[in-house]
Design a protein around this ligand. Structure first.
Ligand SMILES: *Cc1c(COP(=O)(O)O)cnc(C)c1O
Length: 398
């Protein structure tokens, strides 16, 4: 019995990807071992985060970096940094923003559940544009000039959700924001692979970028990266670290926190509720180094092997088309789609139920169920699980 079964908790087969609901992905043994080793020792957290900052700066091309409790925590800290700057009394007030700039501009079509993090910090989202292309009512989305129009004396930041279909391009938003002296925060939580995206948004001029540590990077589920401008990362660190120490005894590494730039030590900030342990920091750094060393091609090859195994075993299916997507592009995650005939959403839904009812339960990606498509994501599959999934599918559809 495994550690979960001993407690009466079922383990599942995860063909849905690194989703939080299903506990994220599978960490490499090197990552777990580094976390275990770190757990037996004590360090100064500020020093550890300063070290992380250097590694993250190297990997992303940003001035500085910080390890957070996830991309969402990174967005909360990024927003807090833009709201307060380096002013400790403002930091103490959040999420109350009385007397501060607090508007954060976002394209209406980019609103999503995760922007709660911006609001939790005290940011007031101001929507711009109309995503006609998404509603089907037209061809346009938000345009650069609409961001420019919305910026006023209360604006604290511009928020941008990166994605294949994000409009307008980040570079256009950055240009408008730069002209007005506004920082741009980018949610790039799930934008890996391709690995090049670690550098891309910074290179395109973003001031702060948040990534998830527990998705493709393969770090601990409760970890993430925030990278960007040194002063903003410093502000994020000041609102996150435990600084319960007397000023005279406090000597943070200047690369992360330049003591001469603040008038006093902030109290526990808004970020205290999403603190990070040394285990997560060491785990994510280890995972990040492995992620970078592996490269897109090798990683894609590893996932493709599992996806091909599924395709081979499901090839005999009649009435359902078995398609392999993203197989020829190493920048994508290869996935297996079970495409039911048009209008067959009910059949697709029945398959999902059958998979969930099997033992162990099999979870799949339900994103395209309305098109009658059941998607199998290979990223979190363990050896032997592709075979189990194929067996359940064949049993159900025969
Ligand atoms: C996953 C995700 C998040 C949240 O990331 P966590 O690391 O789980 O906090 C935020 N935004 C987007 C777009 C995501 O896909």
């Amino acid at each position: 019995m495994n550690v979960f079964e001993r407690r009466g908790v079922r383990t599942v087969i995860n063909a849905a990807g690194t989703v939080t609901r299903l506990s994220g992905g599978i960490m490499r043994s090197e990552v777990a071992a580094a976390m275990a080793e770190s757990s037996s020792l004590c360090v100064e957290m500020t020093e550890l985060e300063a070290h992380a900052s250097e590694i993250i700066a190297n990997v992303t091309g940003a001035e500085a970096g910080y390890i957070t409790a996830g991309a969402s925590a990174g967005l909360l800290l990024a927003t807090a940094a833009c709201l307060t700057g380096l002013d400790p009394s403002r930091m103490a007030k959040l999420p109350d923003t009385t007397g501060m700039k607090n508007e954060v501009i976002i394209a209406q079509g980019q609103r999503n559940g995760y922007d709660h993090a911006v609001r939790a910090a005290g940011g007031k989202l101001v929507e711009v544009g109309l995503a006609d292309r998404l509603s089907g009512a037209g061809v346009r989305d938000v345009e650069g000039w609409e961001f420019a129009e919305a910026i006023n004396e209360k604006t604290a930041a511009v928020f941008y959700v990166a994605g294949r279909n994000a409009r307008p391009p980040l570079s256009e938003v950055v240009e408008v924001a730069r002209q007005a002296g506004m920082p741009v925060i980018v949610d790039a939580a799930a934008e890996l692979p391709p690995q090049s995206n670690l550098r891309r948004f910074i290179a395109e001029g973003a001031d702060l970028v948040a990534f998830s540590g527990g998705k493709a990077i393969g770090g601990p589920q409760a970890s993430g990266i925030l990278c960007g401008r040194r002063d903003l990362v410093m502000s994020a660190a000041l609102q996150h670290l435990d600084l319960d120490v007397l000023w005279d005894f406090w000597s943070p590494p200047a690369s992360l926190i330049d003591k001469s730039r603040i008038k006093g030590l902030p109290r526990h900030g808004i970020g205290r509720s999403c603190k990070v342990g040394k285990e997560e920091i060491i785990g994510l750094l280890t995972a990040l180094e492995l992620f970078v060393a592996e490269g897109d091609a090798e990683r894609h090859g590893r996932w493709l092997l599992a996806a091909r195994k599924l395709v081979e075993r499901l090839a005999s299916l009649e009435r359902v088309e078995v398609a392999l997507t993203g197989a020829s592009d190493v920048q994508q995650v290869p996935k297996v789609e079970l495409r039911f005939a048009r209008g067959a959403e009910r059949a697709a839904a029945r398959l999902i139920h059958a998979l969930l009812d099997s033992s162990p339960p099999v979870h799949v990606d339900q994103t395209f169920i309305d098109r009658g498509v059941v998607t199998l994501d290979p990223v979190c599959l363990r050896p032997g699980e592709a075979e189990v999934i194929a067996r359940v599918v064949l049993n159900h559809l025969r």
